[in-house]
Write a protein that binds this ligand. Structure first.
Ligand code: ST9
Ligand code: ZN
Ligand code: ZN
Length: 341
């Protein structure tokens, strides 16, 4: 891997090898997963999780219906959307692009902001989230992938959180380097106290704020701003693992399951350009294009403008084009239509 600073202060990273690592890796993974499937692995349901998700989803139906069909007062709708964005950005710009992929560097105030907001998301501590996500990228679509999409839509969407992890996840996951996070005191603090802090930020504060300031009924607020909001953000996030690993174009790499999904991108602030993202995981835009249905990139660029984010990594256009021509499915703009050369 080589890096190259360009005038804008962004760093372009590209592989020196003409063959993308994924192709070689792909063969190993495919061979691996075939042999793993023969192992005597037994599915073990974690009933507490399954029942908990069932109940919370059932409770959230009403709030979702009210939100989608504009039956909420505009103040409630506005508050819901603010929470969605705070919640969402802490996952996309924080856990994902900053901590999991190190696509850019953040100054302390931005780190603290993202870390605190991350507590409102209950998607596990940043440390656990990043570990699962790095393992997903490294062993995608094998038994070592925590949400292996070859096990079906439901498993990759939410089923994986209701069963014991496949032994391969734990075994192979150990080789994934987590030293950067382990040496980050903020992340480790959040990890250590996660189950004290998270309930306050995910479930109590979002409900208590309108109760305190506007005299909203607590149970109404709790159902809507805590449970429904949490559930909806989860489904959005999970769609990246399910929908964006099953439906859509593969302009950059047809050998991987991840796809380009405008719908997912819309709901998850730009994280649905998932075929590109698996091809070039270090790009801070998580997409070839900066602002096309990509709120998170705009947020990071704004942070860079005011000096809170720096060393933004991107990929050179010719590297993208070459990759698309070599491994894409032919739908990339740089690929000549068939019949011409
Ligand atoms: C949630 C996370 O929903 C969602 C993540 C989605 C990621 C999407 C990414 C897409 C890109 C970005 C998009 C952003 C979009 C944002 C949109 C915003 C609008 N490696 O886990 P345990 C070992 S969370 C290595 O208990 P079990 C390790 O030794 C929802 N080792 O396994 C570990 O011990 P320790 C809320 C690993 O017992 C030990 O195994 N949270 C790895 O099989 C035990 O680990 C929940 O619902 C690894 N990857 O239980 C919680 N993993 O930790 C649900 C494990 O001490 N989780 N090990 O080191 C659980 O209850 C359990 O994890 C379980 C499995 C039942 C699922
Ligand atoms: Zn993926
Ligand atoms: Zn990723």
């Amino acid at each position: 891997i080589m890096t190259n600073k360009i005038e804008s202060g962004k760093t372009e990273v590209f592989s020196t090898s003409p063959i993308p690592e994924t192709e070689e890796a792909k063969k190993t993974y495919t061979a691996d997963s075939k042999s793993q499937n023969k192992s005597d692995y037994k599915l073990e349901i974690v009933w507490v999780n399954a029942i908990f998700f069932l109940i919370v989803n059932a409770i959230s139906l009403r709030g979702t219906y009210d939100l989608v069909f504009f039956r909420l007062p505009w103040t409630s709708t506005a508050y819901m959307w603010s929470l969605f964005y705070i919640n969402g950005i802490s996952i996309t710009a924080g856990a994902h692009r900053l901590w999991a992929h190190k696509c850019y560097k953040a100054k302390l105030p931005l780190k603290i902001f993202l870390l605190v907001c991350n507590l409102t998301a209950f998607q596990n501590s940043i440390y656990d989230w990043v570990r699962d996500h790095r393992v997903h990228h490294r062993f995608v679509d094998t038994n070592a992938d925590p949400h292996n999409s070859t096990r079906g839509f439901f498993f990759s969407h939410m089923g994986w959180l209701m069963v014991k992890k496949h032994p391969e996840v734990k075994q192979k996951g150990q080789i994934v380097d987590m030293s950067d996070l382990r040496s980050d005191p903020l992340v480790m603090f959040q990890h250590k106290y996660y189950f004290y802090l998270m309930p306050i930020f995910t479930f109590l504060l979002p409900a208590l704020i309108p109760v305190y300031f506007f005299g909203t009924d607590f149970w109404y607020a709790f159902r809507l701003y805590s449970l429904t909001r949490w559930t909806l953000v989860l489904h959005g996030t999970w769609c990246v693992n399910s929908v964006a690993h099953m439906f859509g174009y593969k302009p950059y790499d047809k050998f991987i399951s991840s796809t380009q999904s405008i719908w997912v991108s819309f709901f998850v602030l730009g994280e649905g350009w998932h075929n590109y993202h698996h091809a070039f995981p270090w790009d801070y835009k998580a997409s070839e294009f900066p602002y096309y249905v990509n709120f998170t990139t705009a947020f990071i660029d704004l942070c860079a403008k005011i000096g809170l984010a720096y060393d933004l990594k991107t990929v050179k256009q010719d590297v993208i084009n070459l990759r698309a021509q070599r491994t894409g499915n032919g739908s990339h703009a740089s690929v000549p239509p068939s019949g011409t050369s």
